[in-house]
Write a protein that binds this ligand. Structure first.
Ligand SMILES: [Zn+2]
Length: 302
């Protein structure tokens, strides 16, 4: 959960009013795609990352997309941060989904696990990270093993928040944490066209400051309200939307508790619908904030 004060309403002025009809057209397309993907034969085994490898879909095994496991970093306690890449890692469009960043908000892992056995559209690779905060996700704590809220530790408008031990402790400086540095390195290397960060427990799709058509479309596909949930200093999503032109990132706040199989299937289908949209963000508003990525991220801290 990320409620922390009001957002910057001024950024809404960046969104031209004449995008409305284009947004409607895109939503119609999303709806058609949803119909087309409603019969997705996704693996129903959400228990572990070996599920996809050990249980290929029989009818499609001969042409199943390539899957590989990539270690993209290490946690404070040395746990690997693993990404499962489905499809060609260098595909023209790359969709990154992160199931768990706050360790007490793990429901999204059911979606990223389910997507391991999905078939991405041609030209799309899925980069799936169950837990970017493996220590916190293992311990059920919001923060990492240093007690840092990783979603307050990015270089985007970083500032000290809370003392050590506090809920939103932002760390001693931006990118002080190995998990934060790993995710920045991953984003810079992969440049995901679309990134989805799963949180809980607000039950909404956040108007995160990226491509509103995709955000709103996702909300419609999964049946969650779409609204602005607030901007936070040091937010990962804010950093991506402010610094990675031509890409977009947004937050999905899942409801409390575990997702049902039906709900995780619906979210997985929505992810694939966005992937199919073939939308490098020609209609996207310019990034808000106009912040540039610091050359030496840690030095950007006050
Ligand atoms: Zn959260």
């Amino acid at each position: 959960m990320d409620a922390m004060g009001d957002g910057e309403t001024g950024r809404r002025a960046l969104r031209p009013a004449n995008q409305r009809w284009r947004a409607s057209a895109a939503l119609v397309l999303l709806g058609l795609v949803a119909l087309a993907t409603s019969g997705l034969d996704l693996d129903h085994d959400d228990r572990g990352q070996r599920a996809a490898a050990t249980h290929p879909l029989p009818a499609r095994a001969a042409s199943a997309p390539a899957r590989r496991l990539v270690v993209v970093g290490r946690s404070v306690l040395g746990r690997p941060i693993r990404a499962t890449v489905v499809g060609d890692p260098a595909a023209p469009r790359r969709l990154l989904a992160v199931g768990c960043i706050h360790g007490d908000e793990p429901a999204g892992e059911a979606i990223t696990r389910r997507l391991r056995s999905a078939r991405p559209p041609r030209g799309v690779a899925l980069w799936l990270v169950d837990a970017f905060n493996p220590d916190g996700c293992a311990a059920g704590t919001r923060q990492n093993a240093h007690g840092v809220d990783l979603n307050r530790n990015s270089p985007w408008r970083w500032r000290p928040i809370d003392p050590p031990g506090g809920t939103y402790y932002a760390g001693p400086r931006a990118l002080s944490e190995p998990e934060s540095r790993a995710l920045v390195a991953l984003v810079r290397r992969v440049r995901p066209t679309v990134t989805i960060w799963y949180h809980q427990h607000a039950g909404l799709v956040d108007d995160s400051g990226g491509d509103r058509v995709l955000e709103r479309g996702y909300a419609r596909l999964v049946g969650l309200p779409f609204r602005h949930y607030g901007d936070q200093p040091g937010s990962i999503t804010g950093w991506q939307d402010a610094t990675s032109r031509g890409t977009t990132a947004f937050v999905v706040e899942l409801p409390a508790g575990a997702l049902s199989a039906r709900a995780s299937a619906r979210h997985a289908a929505a992810v694939l619908a966005l992937a199919r949209l073939g939308r490098p963000l020609a209609l996207a508003p310019p990034p808000r904030g106009r912040l540039s990525a610091p050359a030496t991220p840690a030095g950007a801290s006050p």
